[in-house]
Design a protein around this ligand. Structure first.
Ligand SMILES: Nc1nc2c(ncn2[C@@H]2O[C@H](COP(=O)(O)OP(=O)(O)O)[C@@H](O)[C@H]2O)c(=O)[nH]1
Ligand SMILES: [Mg+2]
Ligand SMILES: [Zn+2]
Length: 350
């Protein structure tokens, strides 16, 4: 028997369930997504589930269950069930599906925190931290930067200097799986019932960190190849585990590219501290590019915003605009297509 409140079940979710036509059935949380089925943690245990037709065909790919989703199911056999409904998603981490312009891909949902994991060797990158932060903050998930392998040689001064424009917005932890005292503060930072997703490149130590936090081996870790310095891909799916009764940890395989699936310029202004200056721009709709009286440009010229930070802001803003306008266009297209097919049905009936 599982106590689902350990897995994050709460009153808000209970209320959401009441709105479903299937509210009299059981609920559970998706722990892993396999090629042809879903592993769901329910009160009765771990179930293998498939999707009911109405769920499968009534939705876009990004709306199908992802790890962390709460679902309602109809059991049909020992440990087997059919998912008939998905509770509305909150705090979901999306990314842009690679090699598409505006397709979202859901990574995990119902999240409280996101651990952005980077190793203190060659992997450390402020630009990548900013990119993850935009996507995480957009969904009101708290971002945390975890810098791993602190037992290796690294330049602490350089690391701290390059993060100084972010330090008020993201807690930073230095960890090493070789020193338990660096793991304890992170463990204490995770509150009971909270869900945390781990994101970052392959080989940075996400799975090792989860094992250290859980104080047991829940995930395989990879050996670093001596020639390339890179880890092999060992995690191939997103999977949720329970940390010693106090938090839900979701491992993800490293992605080579993390394209923004964001459509809110305010998030970007806030992360990059542009909003403080933007209030003083002469024009209310200032784009901070070359307008006269732009307080943001002035801050760049005065050295209050570093040029590389400003450039990073522009780059991510462009990407996010591109995504949201393409997504908007696609939605309009889908709408007019739905209209045409309805019209066609009506004509047929006549
Ligand atoms: N020196 C050192 N190596 C680590 C640390 N954490 C992980 N590693 C090693 O880094 C490699 C990749 O770790 P893994 O957890 O599989 O990375 P993942 O791909 O992000 O899940 C493994 O060989 C780990 O032993 C650390 O804190 N210090
Ligand atoms: Mg891994
Ligand atoms: Zn401006």
């Amino acid at each position: 028997m599982n106590n689902l409140s350990l897995y994050g079940w709460n009153d808000t979710l209970f209320q959401l369930k009441q709105a479903s036509q299937y509210k009299h059935l059981f609920h559970g949380r998706v722990a892993a997504v396999n090629k042809t089925n879903y592993e769901v943690i329910a009160q009765s245990g771990r179930l293998l589930c498939e999707l009911a037709g109405n769920v499968l065909y009534g939705k876009s790919a990004f709306e199908l269950p992802c790890t962390g989703d709460w679902v309602i199911f109809q059991p049909f056999d020992n440990n087997k069930a059919i998912i008939v409904d998905i509770l509305p998603r909150k705090h979901t981490l999306y990314r842009r599906r690679s090699s598409t312009i505006s397709d979202r891909q859901a990574i995990a949902s119902h999240l409280n925190k996101a651990f952005i994991v980077q190793s203190l060797d060659a992997n450390f990158s402020v630009r990548r931290t900013e990119r993850f932060m935009v996507q995480v903050v957009e969904e009101n998930i708290q971002p945390i930067l975890v810098l791993t392998k602190s037992d290796l040689e690294f330049n602490r001064h350089y690391v701290e200097e390059s993060l100084k424009h972010l330090k008020d917005q993201i807690p930073i932890f230095f960890t090493s799986i070789l020193s338990p005292e660096t793991i304890l503060p992170l463990q204490a930072f995770i509150r009971p019932g909270e869900s945390i997703v781990f994101v970052g490149s392959s080989g940075v130590g996400k799975s090792s960190l989860i094992n250290a936090l859980c104080e047991r081996t829940v995930f395989f870790t990879s050996e670093i190849s001596k020639s390339s310095g890179k880890g092999r891909h060992t995690s191939i799916r997103r999977e949720m585990v329970l940390m010693k009764h106090s938090g839900i940890l979701i491992d993800t395989p490293g992605v080579r590219e993390f394209g923004l699936a964001s459509d809110n310029s305010q998030t970007l202004e806030d992360i990059f501290d542009v909003s403080d200056f933007a209030e003083s721009c002469r024009f209310e709709n200032c784009m901070h590019l070359e307008e006269p009286g732009c307080a943001v440009l002035q801050a760049v010229n005065n050295g209050l915003i570093e040029p590389q930070v400003y450039n990073s802001y522009l780059k991510l803003r462009k990407e996010s605009w591109h995504f949201s306008s393409s997504e908007h266009e696609k939605r309009q297209r889908d709408k007019s297509f739905a209209k045409i097919s309805q019209e066609a049905k009506r004509i047929k009936k006549r």
